[in-house]
Design a protein around this ligand. Structure first.
Ligand code: NAD
Ligand code: UDP
Length: 315
């Protein structure tokens, strides 16, 4: 049994991670300020003696005796991270400093939930970890992209300077149950629009691509990464290489929901990456042949079922 701190533990990914680590017999401290997280994501664990919820903001220090830290605190949807961009930078950068300081003090292993956004609008396709990226420093996505890039830098410097035991994973677009129906990300938007019979909002011409990973595959990769020996620090891409245009995604969602929704076209937000696909050779080699198991149709069916329940009183 390990004592594990999960920052951002009430969010979409963090709440699944809480469940998984509890089911493996660990003690979990879930730390969250509920900016985008929800109490309902974790309330089923509140009566578990191995679970503790702490309402706290990672931009201020936090102290606890723990063996492992998963640092997930940060809004992930463009709509939410652009709502208060200064706070987004603080969350990534000061959050990383506070959690790395804690890891240093209690000698915990610490894993950073980094992102494919560190590659920006990539000119190399698919993206291997060696690629340094193509990121605008002054755009509307920069608060998230540069915050996450700086967090990676801090992780590496705490490792080199203070021997902190770090792990960095770069997560590619992940979806599944417990996403907030209204957080503005494409999978949740399209499914909710289709279920409600509303127009499906395609930004730009819809030919931009993303590679969508089901949340269970991410959890498997993430927990395998934490268990690797101290010499494996990453960064390691964790994503599903199957790549789709947003038009293909919209068509799939319409087919799977049987919706009569029509597509409408809206302006493409600035700096929206044109393509994104992980090279996962490193994850396969270092994480015991990890590959994603759940392909888009199967994952969408599970996610549609979840959203159908979530919004049943709104239709
Ligand atoms: P989410 O918004 O559902 O979860 C983020 C959680 O962090 C929320 O519970 C939120 O309340 C909490 N949080 C935000 N600011 C905080 C602060 N200052 N102090 C304490 N808690 C704070 O998003 P998610 O999809 O679950 O993403 C989790 C992590 O994974 C994020 O760090 C995100 O950048 C990363 N990631 C996610 C994806 C994806 O596709 N979902 C892709 C790449 C990286
Ligand atoms: N997108 C879209 N319609 C929406 C929401 C998003 O066409 O209602 C597009 C968006 O422009 C981007 C892609 O879908 O090209 C993925 O967007 P998301 O916000 O989910 O994630 P990210 O851009 O961070 O990968």
């Amino acid at each position: 049994m390990s004592r594990i701190l999960i920052t951002g533990g009430a969010g979409f990914i963090g709440s699944h991670l809480c469940d998984r680590l509890l089911s493996e017999g660990n003690e979990v401290i879930c730390l969250d300020n509920f900016f985008t997280g929800r109490r309902k994501n974790i309330e089923h664990n509140l009566s578990n003696n191995n679970f503790e919820f702490v309402r706290h903001d990672v931009t201020t220090p936090y102290l606890a005796e723990v063996d492992e830290i998963y640092n997930l605190a940060c809004p992930a949807s463009p709509v939410h991270y652009q709502y208060n961009p200064i706070k987004t930078v603080k969350t990534s950068v000061m959050g990383a400093i506070n959690m790395l300081g804690l890891a240093k003090r209690v000698k915990a292993k610490i894993l950073q939930a980094s992102t494919s956004e560190v590659y920006g609008d990539p000119s190399i396709h698919p993206q291997p970890e060696e690629y340094w990226g193509n990121v605008n420093t002054i755009g509307i996505r920069s608060c998230y992209d540069e915050g996450k890039r700086c967090a990676e830098t801090l992780f590496m410097d705490y490792h080199r300077q203070n021997n902190v035991r770090i792990k960095i994973i770069r997560i590619f677009n992940t979806y599944g149950p417990r996403m907030d129906p209204y957080d503005g990300r494409v999978v949740s938007n399209f499914i909710v629009q289709a279920l409600k019979g509303q127009d499906i909002t395609i930004f730009g011409n819809g030919l931009q691509t993303r590679s969508f990973q089901y949340v269970d595959d991410l959890l498997e990769g993430m927990t395998r990464m934490m268990k690797t020996d101290d010499s494996i620090i990453g960064p390691i891409n964790i994503g599903n290489p199957n790549e789709f245009t947003m038009l293909e995604l919209a068509t799939k969602v319409i087919d799977l929901t049987g919706s009569k929704s029509k597509l409408i076209y809206q302006p493409l937000p600035s700096d929206d990456p044109k393509q994104r696909q992980p090279n996962i050779n490193r994850a396969y080699d270092l994480l015991d042949k990890w590959t994603p198991n759940v392909q888009l149709n199967e994952g969408l069916i599970k996610t549609i079922k979840y959203f159908d329940e979530e919004i049943r009183f709104e239709k």
